[in-house]
Ligand binder design. Structure first.
Ligand SMILES: Cc1cc2nc3c(=O)[nH]c(=O)nc-3n(C[C@H](O)[C@H](O)[C@H](O)COP(=O)(O)OP(=O)(O)OC[C@H]3O[C@@H](n4cnc5c(N)ncnc54)[C@H](O)[C@@H]3O)c2cc1C
Length: 373
């Protein structure tokens, strides 16, 4: 099928976060692409620790107005929230910030709406100014605290603990984890490495501490533990992995018991022939890992084949262990952990001068007009 023929077909993408943007930059050459997003910026879920400890650096690479992506020039962006998908009619109903409703028809629909996670990821409609205000408030809460407690020893908790302690060595930073070592799901080498890094940086690690989750989770004050102990901190970061998928706009039949989208390894949605899903919302594997591992290329390939009347032929295979950077660039560079347990260190110079501006901005995102900051 020629590009002119596929251009006559419309792909609607719900969610323009880390994965929605990548998919849109690739599909817009072949299809009429419409992106729906509650945020007019790509507000990345990556590097929470850097975001809280060094917001101006984080903003340069991880908070980018969608209009600055060169490859989105042909994509029609709706700053709106998807409220309802009608599978039979092939339409999405969206509501914009002034409560105006629009019905958008599609040939293919990509669900990339992510999950809520703590205070730092949500599905609320926000303007650019509101995004900036919120980011500044979160960073200020850490800046103003003398004691910071982080609950949860996954990558997010480790990144917060290490980055905050290194940025503010005068603060007391405590990390509460339920296992002996942080980073469950990572290779043992990586787990031991970060136990050492955190301890050397002066983070107090309390292993065997399982906190009692409260709703809403307090951002300051008392944390209670199952052992009966409790602690008090000026700022609390809950990173216990309690993610809630953004899928209320989809029929229940497409969702698993936890509300994530039932997704095949071709990234097609189970029970539909025109829906695809990717990223944290897609139940491809227990870790729902398709935001990483180059899955967007698989989705783009398979949607193009489907539009041409062919069967999808690429399959997503999650890695055995989680891999990648855990704490982002530090003074001594960026440490990458492979799923085999090997580590690779890229110098800070390489990260600032080649990796972020060239590999990420130019190659992966296909060009970003004038950087922030
Ligand atoms: C190197 C690296 C570091 C990472 N560090 C962290 C970290 O520190 N902390 C962390 O939590 N994760 C981290 N992650 C995970 C990563 O942030 C997520 O996997 C990624 O953000 C998921 O992308 P997504 O596109 O699925 O969702 P998101 O990037 O969350 O995008 C979803 C978008 O959809 C929008 N949306 C939601 N509902 C609707 C709706 N109804 N209508 C329209 N739009 C909607 C949301 O507002 C959002 O803009 C990291 C990942 C990597 C690769």
């Amino acid at each position: 099928m020629s590009r002119r023929q596929t251009k006559a077909q419309t792909v609607v993408i719900i969610g323009m976060g880390d994965t929605g943007v990548l998919v849109a930059t690739r599909l817009s050459r072949y299809f009429n692409v419409i992106g729906i997003s509650t945020k007019p910026n790509l507000v990345s879920g990556q590097e929470l620790g850097k975001r809280l400890a060094d917001l101006s650096w984080w903003n340069r690479y991880y908070n980018t107005p969608l209009r600055r992506f060169k490859a989105l020039a042909d994509v029609e962006i709706h700053h709106a929230k998807a409220e309802c998908v009608d599978l039979a009619a092939k339409t999405v109903v969206v509501v914009d910030p002034s409560n105006h409703e629009t019905v958008i028809p599609f040939d293919f629909l990509v669900i990339a709406s992510g999950t809520s996670n703590g205070f730092w990821r949500d599905d609320h409609l926000r303007s650019e100014a509101q995004i900036d205000e919120r980011l500044e408030q979160d960073a200020a809460a850490i800046r103003d605290a003398n004691t910071v407690a982080i609950v949860g020893g996954g990558p997010c908790g480790v990144s917060c603990a290490l980055n905050i302690r290194r940025a503010y060595p005068e603060k007391m930073v405590s990390l509460y984890i339920s296992a002996d070592l942080p980073l469950p799901g990572y290779h043992d080498e990586a787990r031991r490495y970060y136990h050492r890094e955190l301890t050397d940086a002066g983070v107090q690690i309390f292993s065997g501490h399982r906190a009692i989750a409260e709703e809403p989770a307090p951002s300051a004050g008392t944390i209670r533990f199952e052992s009966g102990q409790s602690v008090v901190a000026d700022a609390i970061i809950w990173s216990t992995g309690n993610r809630k998928p953004h899928t209320r706009f989809l029929p229940d039949a497409l969702l698993d018991d936890e509300g994530f989208v039932k997704t095949k390894d071709t990234l097609e949605v189970v029970g539909s022939d025109c829906l695809f899903a990717i990223g944290d919302v897609a139940s491809t594997d227990p870790a729902r890992s398709s935001a990483r591992n180059w899955a967007y290329g698989i989705l783009v390939n398979n949607i193009k084949r489907k539009a041409a009347g062919k069967a999808p032929n690429k399959h997503y295979a999650p890695p055995a262990n989680r891999w990648g950077s855990i704490v982002g660039p530090q003074d001594d560079g960026l440490t990458l952990h492979q799923d085999s347990g090997k580590t690779t260190r890229l110098s800070r110079w390489l990260v600032e001068n080649l990796l972020l501006p060239t590999v990420v901005q130019r190659v992966i995102y296909r060009g970003v007009k004038s950087l922030r900051g």
